[in-house]
Each structure stands twice: as C-alpha cells, then as structure tokens.
Design a protein around this ligand. Structure first.
Ligand SMILES: [Zn+2]
Length: 289
C-alpha cells in the first residue's frame, strides 16, 4: 500500500494533485470514498477541529482505516487546521496520516518557533506522519460569506516561505496565493470564480522544494486550478462545494420522500449529490499534463 508521502510524490510526477475533501458525517465520507474508488484514484479525507469534535477523533480514524483495509484502497486522513498542540497530538495518536498545524494567525516568529516544536513532537509519536505548516492569510470558515469577504488577504512571499520551511522542518506548506476559505453566493451560483497568483505558486515551489497545498479550492476557476497544479500545487482542498451539495442533497431527499422516516432511504440522495461534486473535482485534479 502506498504511503501518503509516496502518493503525493506520484501525483506531482504525473502533473496531478491529490484531492482533499472535508467530511463531518457518514454521508460525506461515503460520497468521497465511492467517487475516489470509481475513478481508482487515491484520496485524502480531512476533518477540521469542529468536524472532529462532531464525528470524534478516534471514530473517524477507525472509519477511514477500515475503508483502507477492507478495500485495500489508498484513502488517507488529515487533521485539517489544527490550532493547538494537544489537538495535533490527539490526531497523531489516533493514527492520522497528516496534520495541518495552523498558527498562521500568530506573529510569524511565534508561528515558526511553535511549529518547529510541533514537528519534533508529532514525528516522535509517528515518524511517518506529514506535517503541513501555514503562513499568510487565507481566511477562515468553509462557509458562504458576504461578497465583501471575497478579496484575498496578505499573500505569502517566496523568501518568507523558504525561511519558514527551513526553520520549521514542515513536510508540506500551505501558502496564500489568492485562495481563500469559503465561497460567496455568486461563486455558488457559478457567476464568479476565485483567481490564483500562479506565478507566485511557481516561485514558492522553487524556493521551498516541498509539496504545496491549496486551501479554499472551492469556487476556483477550473483553468486556474489546472495551472496551479502545473506550477507546483500537490494537494487541493475542497470543502464548501461539498457542504453546499450536502445541503441541497438533504433537501432533495426530504422532498422526494416526504413521509419517510428511515434515514438510510433518504440519505442516499445526499450521498449522490455530494459524490457528483467530488467526482468532477477529482477528474479535474487527475487530468495530468
Ligand atoms: Zn483550509
């Protein structure tokens, strides 16, 4: 079985990126798994601190591991946006494959110092675990925001990225390159898209030499995503688009079966709705050069 590190490397060599999809229930997990399995492509499942609190750190670890073992399928688990060392350690102890240790809201010096310490401690729990660090401002909340929240925050400079990676020893870097968490309503409607600073991605890739993650991938123009992968993005996070599909699917399921109370008869409608989005995104990320 491939490791997550090898999976990322193989994707990079073939001009592809690994899809990272957030889940907070079994509907989303099923949708991600069946889509990836249909396309026979490795996939990364993510849980933020809020999503972890709902589904359970140990429980999601067991669920993902059971899919990996029963089907011999490369599905991996990431502790997305982890803001404290204790939560990062809980994820490492539960068997997560990677942790996004996110102190990007702190002053850079403190971010560097504490991330370096986290890398050492987490590798002590599991030497294979991948640690992703974050610098720059990519906003918070994979939700539908006001239109005014659409403008990108402070972008990551290539030199800062180089110094940060060298000083902390992170395996993966999440830069701010025009991406932003969440979507605005016009993006949900398909009337507007996020645009990325592809030149900056290439510069940061050259400066750091490690895999880069694009957070806030929802609502990004397809062409920008493809160019970003060519420039050096190896992991793409999609969350808000799945949440929108989840909600629409739940509403359709309830409308379709107005008198039904058995969840397993209603929820497949939501699984299908989310799976369509996952599949489309995976096909785009896998297109290769
Ligand atoms: Zn993110």
């Amino acid at each position: 079985m491939l490791s997550l590190r090898n999976t990322i490397q193989l994707a990079e060599e073939s001009g592809q990126a690994v899809g990272h999809f957030n889940v907070s229930d079994l509907v989303l997990l099923k949708a991600v798994f069946i889509s990836a399995r249909d396309l026979n492509t490795p996939v990364l499942v993510g849980v933020s601190e809020g999503e972890r609190e709902f589904i359970g750190v140990q429980q999601i670890a067991v669920l993902v591991r059971s899919l990996r073992e029963q089907f011999g399928f490369p599905i991996f688990l990431n502790a997305d946006h982890t803001h404290s060392l204790s939560n990062a350690e809980a994820a490492a102890n539960a068997g997560f494959d990677s942790v996004v240790f996110d102190l990007s809201a702190l002053p850079l010096e403190q971010n560097v110092r504490e991330t370096k310490r986290a890398v050492e401690l987490l590798k002590g729990i599991n030497p294979e675990i991948l640690i992703e660090g974050e610098i720059g401002d990519i906003g918070t909340g994979s939700e539908i925001h006001e239109e005014s929240a659409a403008s990108p925050g402070q972008l990551t400079s290539p030199e800062e990225a180089r110094q940060y990676v060298a000083a902390t020893g992170v395996d993966v870097l999440a830069p701010a390159v025009g991406n932003r968490h969440g979507m605005v309503q016009s993006m949900v409607n398909g009337e507007s898209h996020k645009h990325l600073d592809v030149g900056r991605i290439a510069q940061i890739k050259r400066a750091t030499g490690i895999p880069l993650t694009l957070h806030g991938g929802s609502g990004t123009a397809d062409e920008d995503l493809r160019r970003a992968i060519t420039a050096g993005i190896s992991i793409v996070h999609i969350n808000t688009e799945l949440r929108v599909a989840w909600r629409k699917g739940m509403e359709s399921g309830l409308r379709e079966f107005p008198h039904e109370v058995a969840p397993y008869k209603i929820l497949p409608v939501a699984v299908d709705s989310v799976a369509k989005v996952v599949r489309a995104r995976l096909e785009l990320l896998n297109r290769g050069q």
